[in-house]
Design a protein around this ligand. Structure first.
Ligand SMILES: C[S@@+](CC[C@H](N)C(=O)[O-])C[C@H]1O[C@@H](n2cnc3c(N)ncnc32)[C@H](O)[C@@H]1O
Length: 277
């Protein structure tokens, strides 16, 4: 109404300034949904149009956008599509996985507006950093000192073998110890266990005429379990993947011998009817 005017004594109002198709956004955004209501979304997941408007109106291409509670990664995905740099942080492992998957799937997404210049393109390379990894590196230096690389590695392996109730054995680069009838391989403190490492350890197990291999790791290359179990069967080796828990670096828990190595668990949903996941 503030743009309509009536001169004193006039019988009709007229536009003070002509009406326009575009108006300034006010603080009440009733034209877009705050939450994403598509199937499979999380209850508090923000909608892409909402983040699109926030990022577009408050930053320029190339700017750095951060969401320190990134959840399923809406902010990161929209920032990427709008050609912004971004940082996403979350303490939830599943939030991180969901965000990563979402970013890798960007090429399938559709444009919301013309400003989304990167829509239809792949996300640029990004790095996944893990606070646990830094904590473990810090622990390794603290626990085993700043000795030469070889001594520090030897002491690290001996420590993990002892926690696992295994004995060290020499003579193989890919096998570090033995527990009962099983051989044991231990992954590095600061890197995921790779498919290649497990493949080599399986080969050494076979060459040593042993039938069981336990691989202990802090982190794992994506898709390792599915890729490696078939190979283990072919080699005639029973393969167990065990996760080294963060308790291992807690002097109290490790001192009490109270550290449980966790089994790798794969869950596959079984649908009873045609219900959607
Ligand atoms: C409501 S969700 C985030 C929604 C997301 N920002 C969006 O726009 O869709 C909140 C997230 O904060 C994470 N979180 C809670 N406390 C945290 C903390 N102290 N540090 C990092 N992330 C945290 C939770 O794991 C959860 O994923």
């Amino acid at each position: 109404m503030e743009f309509i005017k009536r001169e004193p004594g006039a019988t009709r109002c007229y536009y003070w300034i002509p009406p326009k198709d575009l108006i300034n956004a006010d603080t009440n955004w009733g034209d877009i949904y705050a939450y994403d209501n598509s199937p499979g979304s999380y209850p508090t997941q923000k909608s892409e149009p909402l983040l699109h408007r926030v990022i577009l109106s408050s930053s320029e291409p190339g700017d750095l956008v951060a969401d320190f509670f990134c959840g399923s990664g809406t902010t990161c995905a929209v920032a990427e599509k709008l050609n912004r740099r971004w940082i996403g942080v979350d303490l939830g492992r599943y939030a991180i996985h969901t965000t990563r998957k979402r970013l890798l799937e960007i090429e399938n997404s559709k444009s919301l507006t013309d400003e989304g210049k990167r829509y239809g393109k792949k996300a640029r390379p990004f790095e996944l950093l893990n606070l646990g990894r830094y904590e473990r590196q810090f622990w390794k230096v603290k626990a085993f000192g700043v000795k030469d690389e070889k001594t520090a590695l030897y002491e690290y392996l001996a420590f993990i073998l002892k926690l696992y109730g295994a004995e060290p054995i020499a003579g193989s680069a890919q096998i570090h110890g033995k527990k009962g009838n099983a051989l044991v391989y231990i992954g590095a403190v600061d890197a995921p266990v790779t498919i290649q490492e497990v493949t080599d350890a399986l080969q050494d197990t076979k060459d040593m005429n042993m039938k069981e291999l336990h691989v202990l790791g802090w982190e794992w290359e994506m898709g390792l379990n599915d890729a490696i179990q078939e190979l283990a069967k072919q080699r005639g080796v029973r393969l167990k993947l065990r996760i080294i828990p963060m308790d291992a670096i807690d002097p109290q828990a490790s001192g009490r011998g109270d550290v449980k190595f966790l089994s790798w668990l794969t869950l596959r949903p079984k649908l009873k009817s045609k219900e959607k996941l």
